[in-house]
Design a protein around this ligand. Structure first.
Ligand code: ADP
Length: 385
């Protein structure tokens, strides 16, 4: 069994999952003295093209996890759709898992996350966690709201899947019962959002942190379409986001990238979500920061010192590419001057996240315009906000 990363030499990092995040980790690992092995469901997954080694297996199959653990020094994640009991079991058997299972639980389970952050005095939406629409707490909670709630599955949701916006009380009750079949349901107040912002924190094994600058995230249909640096918000919010970011990172014992999504509301920043892996809101850092979020995630989990997270340009815009009715054309996007194109190597399918484009610049509006020029040339389904 592995004894953990050595202070020198090639550290072998195993990644559970082989999607686009693992693909970009594979790219970032070059030159860092790290070797990336992915646990991939098939040879068609995005990270197969960039990593050093591939193990084929299901991320929820204990024997596949064991094979991965035995061939690397440290295990990390491309996604949080994992079985926490299995991850705890790996840890109990001495496997180095970063972030650890108790930290990961904040990303895997939205109910645990809301309860934990509330207990720490951090700002979260008002919420209840229920298992059915007949829970007496739910009635009292719905009575206390002015707007219909947002109903979320506690586990297993992503990119807006598992997040429902019922129009009224009956729909809310039906939404709870619909999601309750899969486990606990988080019911929370619907906030009036001025905007949404995200703070990325890289945290090393020794507890030191590198803070990326705050960004604005633009959502359509509960899915992120665009990320803009600098964030279009008050300086006070940027400071508060850093404080909260550091507080959450040490509260949960994060190692690697911690992403915190915030709602900007009339009562200040409210935490929406935490992720313990490189995050869509940080893809711009590949070109836009001294050290990308992917490099810093790998450095952190490998037990190495963090790189500088400061930006290299005054402005950056990243636009996600989502499959439209016609096949996309990354080549056309590359022809737009100034556009960095990232194609995840996935087969085109309408509605599927296929890649992203990033543009750096001196002027926020011009950077945004060029990024959308690139995204539309690529053939994204999403439209400019
Ligand atoms: P996912 O985990 O699938 O990304 P989120 O919980 O982040 O889902 O919700 C997706 C989006 O839905 C958010 O970015 C926000 O735009 C909207 N949303 C979620 N919760 C609320 C809320 N309580 N009030 C208002 N809007 C919300």
């Amino acid at each position: 069994m592995s004894s953990g990363p050595q202070p020198s030499g090639d550290v072998r990092v195993g990644v559970i999952g082989a999607g686009q995040l693992a693909r970009m980790m594979g790219e970032a690992a070059r030159g860092l003295g790290l070797r990336v092995t992915v646990l991939s469901a098939t040879m068609e997954e995005p990270a197969v093209a960039t990593c050093d080694d591939v193990l084929i297996g299901d991320p929820k199959d204990q024997s596949a996890l064991d094979r991965l653990a035995q061939s690397v020094d440290v295990v990390t994640f491309d996604h949080e759709l994992v079985d926490l009991d299995q991850i705890e079991d790996l840890e109990a058997r001495g496997v180095v898992v970063r972030p650890c299972a108790s930290a990961l639980r904040y990303a895997v389970d939205k109910a645990h996350q809301r309860r934990g952050l509330l207990a720490a005095g951090l700002p979260v939406p008002r919420f209840v966690v229920v298992s059915s629409s007949s829970d007496p707490q739910l009635v009292a909670f719905l009575d206390s709201l002015t707007l219909p709630p947002v109903v979320k599955t506690a586990r297993g949701g992503y990119d807006g899947r598992g997040v429902l916006f019922p129009a009224g009380r009956d729909e809310a009750l039906a939404a709870v019962d619909g999601l309750a079949a899969a486990g606990e349901v988080l019911v929370e107040e619907r906030l009036e959002l001025q905007s949404e912002v995200a703070q990325l924190v890289a945290r090393a094994v020794d507890g030191s942190v590198a803070l990326y600058p705050l960004v604005t995230t633009v959502q359509h249909d509960a899915m992120c379409v665009e990320v803009r640096y600098p964030a279009e918000t008050l300086q006070a919010h940027a400071q508060r986001a850093e404080e909260i970011g550091e507080q959450i990172a040490s509260l949960i014992g994060a190692v690697g990238i911690l992403a915190i999504e915030f709602f900007v509301t009339s009562r200040g920043l409210v935490v929406n979500e935490v992720a313990l892996r490189p995050h869509n809101s940080g893809h711009w850092t590949i070109e836009g920061a001294q050290t990308s979020q992917f490099a810093n995630h790998l450095l952190a989990v490998a037990g190495r010192p963090l790189g500088d997270a400061s930006p290299v340009a005054p402005c950056a815009v990243m636009v996600n590419i989502v499959g439209a009715e016609r096949p996309s054309s990354p080549g056309a996007a590359s022809e737009v001057p100034g556009v960095f194109v990232h194609d995840y190597g996935k087969a085109w399918r309408p509605g599927r996240k296929l890649g992203h484009v990033t543009v750096l610049g001196d002027d926020a509006q011009a950077t945004h315009v060029t990024a959308w020029k690139g995204a539309l040339a690529y053939g994204t389904r999403t439209r400019e906000a």
